[in-house]
Structures are given as C-alpha cells and as structure tokens.
Design a protein around this ligand. Sequence first.
Ligand SMILES: Cc1cc2nc3c(=O)[nH]c(=O)nc-3n(C[C@H](O)[C@H](O)[C@H](O)COP(=O)(O)OP(=O)(O)OC[C@H]3O[C@@H](n4cnc5c(N)ncnc54)[C@H](O)[C@@H]3O)c2cc1C
Length: 521
Amino acid sequence: MAEQSKNENQNGHLPPKQDPNTLDLDPNRYERAHIPTGIPPKQDPQVRVHNFREVFLGYDDQQAVVEATRCIHCPSPEPCILGCPVHNDIPRAMMFIEQGDVEAAANVFRLTSNLPEVCGRICPQEVLCEGACTVAGYDKPVMIGKLEAYCTDYQRNRSGFPGRAVEPATGKRVAVVGAGPASIAVAEELRVMGHEVVIYDAWPEPGGLLVYGIPGFKLSKDIIAKKFDQLESLGIGFVGDTLVGQDVTVDDLLEEFDAVFLGVGATIGNRAKLPGEDLKGIYQATEFLVRGNLRPEILPKDMRSLPEIGKHIAVIGGGDTSMDCVRTSRRLQAQHGFADGTITDYYRRTEHEMPGRAEERMHGRQEGVRFEFLVSPVRFIGDENGHVRKIEMERMRLGAPDASGRPRPEPIEGANYQVDADVVVLALGYKPDPMIAKATPNIKMTRWGTFQVENEDNPDTTEAGVYAAGDDVRGADLVVTAIAAGRKAAYAINAWLLGHSAKTGPESPLETSTPEVAAPH
Ligand SMILES: Cc1cc2nc3c(=O)[nH]c(=O)nc-3n(C[C@H](O)[C@H](O)[C@H](O)COP(=O)(O)OP(=O)(O)OC[C@H]3O[C@@H](n4cnc5c(N)ncnc54)[C@H](O)[C@@H]3O)c2cc1C
C-alpha cells in the first residue's frame, strides 16, 4: 500500500508534520515546562463508590490545549516516543492539540496504535512515555495519557472510529484465537491488508481482559463494544463461546484457514497452594472481577450472579489486579448494604516494591481501602459450614534481592496473627493456559508455559502457519505491549501469506524493539 493512501485510509486527514525543531527559535520554549500541570477532574470518591463509571471525567478543550502546550518538543530521538512500546509520535500529537486540531492529534495516535483510547486510560504512563518526559525535570510530566484519551474520545464521540480502507481481497483467510488487544491489532491490520479474518474466543463477547478483567471504573466497556462494531464493519467475523483446544483444535482451524494467530493471553490465576484455599468465599481474581463488574447477559450461565459480598474482604496481592479487586469490592459493599465493611489489601513486601500503579493505590485509599504490608497468608480458616472466616498471616521482613531484583520477603518467626475475612480474593498473578499446546503437540511451549516463537518480529510458533503474540508469549504484561506485539505479528503473517519476507511494520517514527517493562499483574 502506498504511504500516502495508507495515511488517508486509516486516518482521514493528517496535516503535514510540523517541524518541532523550529521551536528552538522560540525563546519561550522552556517556559512551556513551567506552565502548571492540569489534572482532569475526577468523580468524588464518596460518589464514585456507588457506581462503576470511570473515575476521570476527562479534559475540556481549554484544559487540553494548556496541558499540551507544556510539551517542550525535545530534539529527536524524543524520549517519550522511545518510552512508548508502539512509538506513538507524541510531540506531533501535542502540537496538533495545542493548535486546536484535535482530530489530527487523534489520527497521529491511530497511526501507530489500534486502541489509543484504551492506552490513554490504562497504560502505566509513569514508567513509559511520561516516565521519559523531559518536563518531569521541571514539574510533573506532560499528561500524555490523559491527552491521548482526550483527543481520541473527542474524535470517536463526534464521528466514531475513523474508517479504514481495505485492500483488494487476497483470497487468504486467517483464524485469530482470543479477542484481547493483541488479537485486535492482528485482526485489524490483517483485514486492511485484504485478508479475511475470523476471531474466536472462549468468552461470549470479544475484548479479552479489556472486558473480562479490567473494571469499568478504569475503562468503559462501551469503548470496546464500539471498537468491535468498527472491526465488524471492516468485515471481521467473531465467534464466541468457543474454546480452542477443546471445541475445535488448531489443526482443525488450519484445515479451514491459511494461518492461525494465537492471542490467548495469560489467563489462569495462580493458586496460593495453602491449607483452606478451597473454602467457600475464596475467589480467584478473574471470577470475582467478572461476576462483580459485568452484566450477567455477557457471562456464561454458571457465572451470572454476584460474588459473595462480605463485611471483611481481604485481597491478597500487590499488582493492578489486586487494586481492581479492592476497588470493585468497595463498590459492591457500598451498593449492597455493607457500607461500614472493611477492605484490606495484604502484600508481602512494602509499598515501595508494589508492581501496580501508584495512581490506582491512591484511588483505592481515597475510596476507603486499607493496606497491610510485609504480611503473607499461611492458611485460611473456615467455620463449621466450610466458609472462610479468618486468615492466619505471617509477618515478613525484606531480605536479599531475588531473581527479579526486588528484596525477597522472609517470614519473621513467632509473629503470626489472624485477621477477619469473610471473603478472600486471590490476585497472585497469571500464567498461560497449556490447553492449546496439549491439544496440538507440534506447538511447543517454553519452560515458563508461554508459546515458543522465533522472535518478536517474526513470532511464528513451532507449527507452520501458526503465530502467537501478547501475554501468551511475553507472560502477563500490558495492553500496550500486546498491541505492539500484535502489530508485528500481523506484518509477519502477511509476509507468510504472500510468500515473501516481512515488510516494515508499523509506521512508527522510530523502528526499535518493544522496551521491556515490568509485568505488574
Ligand atoms: C485484572 C487485570 C487488570 C489489568 N490492568 C491493566 C492495566 O491497568 N493496564 C495494562 O496495560 N494492562 C493491564 N492488565 C494486563 C492486560 O489486560 C493484558 O496484558 C492484556 O490484556 C493482554 O492482551 P492479550 O491480547 O495478550 O490477551 P487477553 O487480553 O488476556 O485476551 C486473551 C483472550 O483469549 C481468550 N482465550 C484464552 N484461551 C482460549 C482458548 N483456548 N480458546 C479461545 N479463546 C481463548 C480469552 O478468553 C481472552 O479473551 C490487567 C490484567 C488483569 C487481569
């Protein structure tokens, strides 16, 4: 596809790139960095615990212009672009917002990302683009994530997702397994290249963890539904309620399709492996979140009821998942007569080592969540009906660094104690499901249980014509790294289908590999 037509197809109009270096001539360049940060307004904590709507209310047009003007347009290579796994051309988008051309700013983000409205909301910007922002040396970094959400919402709310032209049909068909962000990127990119695409997922509705995991107060489900309307309008099919490896195998799909993409994520919650773990009232995080957050109609029949809501809810874990669980618990308690209940997050290291976002912890605290650090459960204690009532905890101290570089938590002998807990949620991390590899022995796994692929740019598995990317290759990670990997997989699959070597991938201003980021879940 010619460069020019690709821009027009994907993005409608896209004005020429302004040379940010002209700002070198601007004597006010560094004064920009001293413009005070504007954080978008939020729902009041007392109000928001009674609903599942997003916390942030978003910038208005004037606030967005002021915030975008804080970008000082660093010389190339711009640190924020390097810090973004999909290498969004952030300074260019900031310039368009500053100039009042909000749609053009949105189009800049859409050029390199399939879900900028999602990334703007839930990327850990503080360790990615904003973590690299030079302005942070003066004040807070430019609120890149909030501005990404602002401009893409502005565009979507006025005119929907911009259309993308589809290349003439190639006659090739691709089955995409899993409907999360990696698969969304693969499916959309392959479809606009002219291939026929059908997505399969085990859940009834598409979206992966964006729907069946991340709560609505972080990310409105409506955005994902509208994204799938757009994918459907491009001609992408979706088949739900289909467990690949059980209802149909990868080999079955290879008979019907020319290639298969596996974007099945890392969705199996780790067990605590402790006495009493199977008591009533103890949940894995995903079950608790989907039953607590989602409309019953989009759940399998056996999950269409709320989880138990107790007076004392204990969540074990320190990542974003545990924060989603405590904040879901708070909303359930507020709405179901337990307003005076307690919610405590128990974590075995200190807050400093917690992998989840500080912003989420702040929101949790504002909503009444308690934290206990340097503690770890040793057993769950039930009543005569086999229902959890207490947890025995051991106190920990920090020891020498472990393989992850973080100090290893070590138990303090003789310091065990018990806490009340009539609901317990385990948020102990995720691993990929071995089901597909078991059903298709040619597909090999690594010792971490992820799919073995050639490399990130050409992620073909050990079965010809089968590719994989996202959490099922990287291990539990992030939405943006899944999108980045999915886009690369799409280019590799296209090359395989057309029988030539992979053409250059995303229209990124930089062609570097995806940066490694800590898996926070
Ligand atoms: C509670 C929670 C909160 C999170 N919060 C954040 C956050 O704030 N920011 C962030 O960047 N990341 C967050 N993440 C991580 C992020 O959601 C994932 O990294 C991302 O969704 C991975 O995308 P994926 O496409 O690889 O897989 P997923 O989104 O996991 O999608 C995989 C899909 O494959 C389907 N599937 C699995 N096996 C099969 C099968 N055999 N047959 C058919 N379908 C199958 C699953 O049903 C699922 O729909 C969070 C994760 C969790 C669990």
